[in-house]
Design a binder for this molecule. Structure first.
Ligand code: NOJ
Length: 531
């Protein structure tokens, strides 16, 4: 055995969107007691850590990403006692619990902002970002909210605008103010002391803005097919050099407690993304890598180029990670189709690096079309067509009236296919995506080559196949992924005459394989143990 390997390197993270996982009291919204009820499922599945999107008291203008109290639980989700119980029971089952920290902004109903907007002289005024109107009375600069419209709202009582990179009900905190920093660090300590194992940190790359708040330039590459709010290049409202100092401070707070993890939400190109490990690996442990999730071109060569690019760009000693779905992006099965989604799951769970599975992706849940009158996401309301409700619909547990999610009326519509696509059915199905996911997680646990081993690309004669080796001192595993909808034949005999199939993504073959003339069916992937 080499050095101690932290859990967040060898393990797999599972993201729960609490509103949609399990409702325990029939109000149509998921809650903490519901998650506790489903812990046996998560343990059976074989994931190692649960990340919960925000559960704090909130007016829910952005479904919890507008926090009104950082150190409590919204009654909709339960109580602090429920959270303590969840921590205990998650730990008792050998898993970890990660919360969502939302430090860029609060709710406008947070007592800090209520104070800040009371008068210009209030001691909390400088906890947020205020500016006088432009000479014409309009906003102080041209910045746009990520949800659409200006990033500034006038507070008529005090005659100044406040900045909000998201909804007007989410005013941005002023991270240049040392009191703000200390307040959020205390929040981190509060949860760490209760046993929480880490944070996923919301929009960490936006925390600090250019001190002079200059106008952002127009993006020359923007086209009307893209979000209207992306027509400016975001060069002054995110990814500022000073952000790294803040993240180092956050890391010091995490390091006051043993084995805690910090994961940063960061949508940036690879070279910029990896700077968030810190020059001395002293920033976040895992800057979330969304490059696969955002990849437009789902083909073997594009995926291979991306994996190689990322592997090359990682600083020495930095641990990689991969994501294929989250609550802000269209579902994997909708982006690439069901057949390719199975292959995607094999890719996610066999690459080098910590994987994050978005709840329901283990079933192939798809985006659910939401009728206009049922749209609730603020982005969907402000930027029509760009809503995120479709990927946030209730977990599909069984074929009963509320899909096993609720006995009431679900807060978002259930998928039309829930009676055919659900946990109960897929648990029974030997070839289901759920069974495949569980098998891959079992392989990660039983093969260090997969969970923490080395990665190297294998050249193949076929452009539609992405092949790589995962290896440690004792085992060599060959992963072969056919991205095409046609069968392919391959000669991989440079790796030996025969290998042993540990799993096919189609879940219908195992046993020895002739490496000199092997066949992959459409969208088939194999994990093969080399002899
Ligand atoms: C990123 C979160 O993932 C998203 O859901 C939220 O709307 C914004 N940050 C604002 O907090």
């Amino acid at each position: 055995m080499t050095n101690h390997i932290p859990w967040w390197q060898s393990g797999t993270i599972y993201q729960i969107y609490p509103r949609s996982f399990q409702d325990s009291n029939g109000d149509g919204v998921g809650d903490l007691p519901g998650i506790i009820q489903r812990l046996p499922y998560l343990q059976w599945l074989g994931v190692d850590a649960l990340w919960l999107s925000p559960i704090y008291p909130s007016p829910m203008a952005d479904f919890g990403y507008d926090v009104a109290d950082y150190t409590n639980v919204d009654p909709l989700f339960g109580s602090l006692d429920d959270l303590d119980q969840l921590v205990r029971e998650t730990h008792a089952r050998g898993m970890r619990l990660i919360l969502d920290l939302v430090p860029n902004h609060t709710s406008d109903e947070h007592p800090w902002f209520v104070q800040a907007r009371a008068t210009r002289e209030n001691p909390y005024r400088d906890w947020y970002i205020w500016r006088d109107p432009a000479p014409d009375g309009g906003p102080p600069n041209n910045w746009l909210s990520h949800f659409g419209g200006p990033a500034w709202t006038l507070d008529p009582a005090t005659g100044q605008y406040y900045l909000h990179l998201f909804d007007p009900k989410q005013p941005d905190l002023n991270w240049r103010n040392p009191e703000v920093r200390q307040a959020i660090y205390e929040v981190m300590r509060f949860w760490f002391a209760r046993g929480v194992d880490g944070f996923r940190i919301d929009v960490i790359w936006m925390l600090i803005k250019h001190p002079e708040l200059p106008d952002n330039p127009l993006d020359p590459d923007w086209t009307p097919a893209a979000k209207p709010q992306n027509r400016l290049q975001r060069i002054y409202d995110q990814h500022q050099p000073e952000v790294h100092e803040i993240i180092r401070e956050m890391r010091c707070v995490a390091d006051e407690f043993p084995e805690r993890v910090l994961i940063g939400e960061i949508y940036l190109p690879i070279e910029q993304l990896v700077s968030y490990y810190g020059s001395k690996l002293d920033e976040v442990h895992l800057p979330y890598n969304f490059n696969l999730l955002k990849l437009k071109d789902w083909h073997a060569s594009a995926v291979r180029d991306l994996v190689e690019h990322y592997e090359r760009a990682l600083p020495a000693g930095a641990w990689p990670n991969w994501v294929l779905g989250n609550h802000d992006q269209p579902r994997l099965a909708t982006r690439v189709g069901q057949a390719a989604a199975r292959l995607g799951q094999m890719l996610l769970l066999t690459l080098r690096g910590t994987p994050t599975i978005y709840y329901g992706d283990e079933l192939g849940m798809e985006n659910v079309p939401i009728p206009a009158e049922q749209i609730v996401d603020p982005q969907g309301i402000r930027a029509p067509g760009w809503g995120r409700d479709p990927e946030r619909t209730p977990m599909q547990w069984d074929d009963s009236l509320g899909a096993g999610f609720t006995t009431g009326i679900p807060w978002l519509p259930l998928a039309a296919d829930y009676a055919r696509r659900n946990v109960a059915l897929q648990r029974e199905g030997n070839r289901s995506l759920l069974t495949l996911t569980r098998r891959l997680l079992e392989l990660r646990r039983s093969h260090a080559a997969l969970s923490v081993g080395r990665y190297s690309t294998c050249p193949t004669a076929n452009q539609d196949v992405f092949a790589y080796l995962r290896s440690d001192g004792t085992t060599q595993l060959l992963v072969l992924l056919n991205f095409d909808s046609q069968p392919v034949s391959l000669d991989m005999s440079s790796h030996g005459a025969e290998g042993d199939i540990l799993v096919s993504s189609l879940m219908d073959r195992e046993g020895s394989l002739d490496l000199a003339s092997l066949n992959l069916r459409p969208h088939e992937g194999l994990v093969v143990a080399l002899r």
